[in-house]
Ligand binder design. Structure first.
Ligand code: NAP
Length: 322
């Protein structure tokens, strides 16, 4: 159980707004916070997605991070807001949703007297390094991680102690039934995945439900103007991770793809991210009292894959000859 700071807005049990509430990460955050009995409002653009927020224990509220009046209505009476809006469908520029959206949320939060803004970013902003990555390690945001980094900056510029406290959260690779992990597992099961580079580079992970409880812990107990990594604390080499998934699916170990070929096929930026060594520390988060339910991918991935692809189910990935 996390201890609450005496001045924490969450301590007042005031409602919390989640922007991006219908997304992969946002849904786990809505679930984790609503389970504590706090009212969670999920910002929804498309009325057809309201049911998702209700399923997760939240209350859907209409709004868009590019529309300040709608944010002010959604934030009225809230103690905190979490920004996880991202990846809008075309033609909206994703940078607008991440950066301008964060600025809009900060503006609306200040006008409505909301005390806390938590910005979801990602650990891809860090430069790869062999030593353990901590929150003050060097960054080198490229490609999509540039948007997350710019959103962090936009939020932190609005940090104003005693008025609006802004916190930044950098999850590692969040695995669960959806997002990149579903594509990864499908590709491995179909014999179509290739490990970029030698595969000795380490990725850092956190299970999706654990990511939700981490956001809750940071919301309740984190310090304003601080950055928190959200990882399980057990980084794994990409080769071991891919082989773990392959073994669980009964698929062959995926072959390697040289960096040169990868850059040709998927571009320099993606290749750089996939091959970067990012062993990341969870010490700062764990010091808030957070403990992951799944301590490592070895612990969390086998059960998840059984749930995603029950044996004999029609959604099971096709084998390489299937
Ligand atoms: N997935 C991961 O493993 C992971 C790991 C680390 C960091 N992150 C970061 O976490 C953030 C969220 O990622 P995700 O995977 O949860 O993304 P996602 O599944 O694509 O969800 C994005 C959410 O943003 C909403 N949204 C888009 N445009 C909006 C707007 N104009 N106003 C309000 N809401 C809007 C979407 O709503 P609609 O459904 O209406 O489009 C959806 O709910 C991103 O910054 C990502 O880089 C993700």
């Amino acid at each position: 159980m996390v201890s609450l700071r005496s001045d924490s807005p969450a301590r007042s049990r005031a409602p919390v707004l989640v922007a991006g509430a219908t997304g992969f990460l946002g849904r786990s955050v809505v679930r984790a916070i609503s389970r504590t009995g706090i009212e969670v409002r999920g910002l929804v653009r498309d009325p057809r997605k309201q049911e998702l927020v209700r399923e997760d224990g939240g209350i859907p509220v209409s709004g868009d991070v590019l529309d300040v009046p709608s944010l002010r209505r959604a934030l009225a009476g809230c103690g905190a807001v979490i920004q996880l809006a991202a990846n809008p469908p075309p033609p909206t520029d994703p940078a607008r949703v991440r950066v301008e959206g964060t600025q809009n949320i900060a503006t609306a939060a200040r006008r409505e007297g909301v005390g806390r803004l938590v910005i979801g970013s990602g650990y891809w902003v860090y430069r790869g390094q062999a030593e353990l990555i901590r929150e003050d390690s060097p960054v080198d945001p490229r490609g999509e991680s540039r948007l997350n980094y710019d959103a962090e900056r936009a939020g932190l510029e609005a940090n104003s102690p005693g008025d609006l406290e802004v916190l930044v959260v950098r999850p590692g690779m969040v695995y669960g039934n959806g997002s990149w992990f579903r594509d990864f597992a499908q590709a491995i099961g179909a014999g179509e995945y290739q490990v970029v580079g030698g595969g000795a580079n380490r990725w850092s992970f956190v299970e999706r439900g654990d990511a939700g409880t981490a956001f809750r812990a940071i919301l309740e107990s984190g310090m304003g103007a601080e950055v928190y990594n959200v990882v399980d604390g057990h980084p794994a080499p990409l080769r071991d991770f891919a082989d773990l998934v392959a073994a669980e699916l009964g698929a062959p170990s995926p072959p390697n793809l040289s960096l040169r070929e990868a850059a040709h096929e998927m571009g320099e930026v993606i290749t750089h991210h996939l091959a970067a060594d990012r062993p990341t520390s969870a010490d700062k988060l764990k010091a808030l009292g957070w403990k992951p339910y799944f301590s490592s991918v070895q612990d969390g991935v086998p059960g998840l894959l059984r749930e995603m692809f029950p044996r004999g189910a029609s959604n099971a990935p096709l084998g390489p000859t299937g």
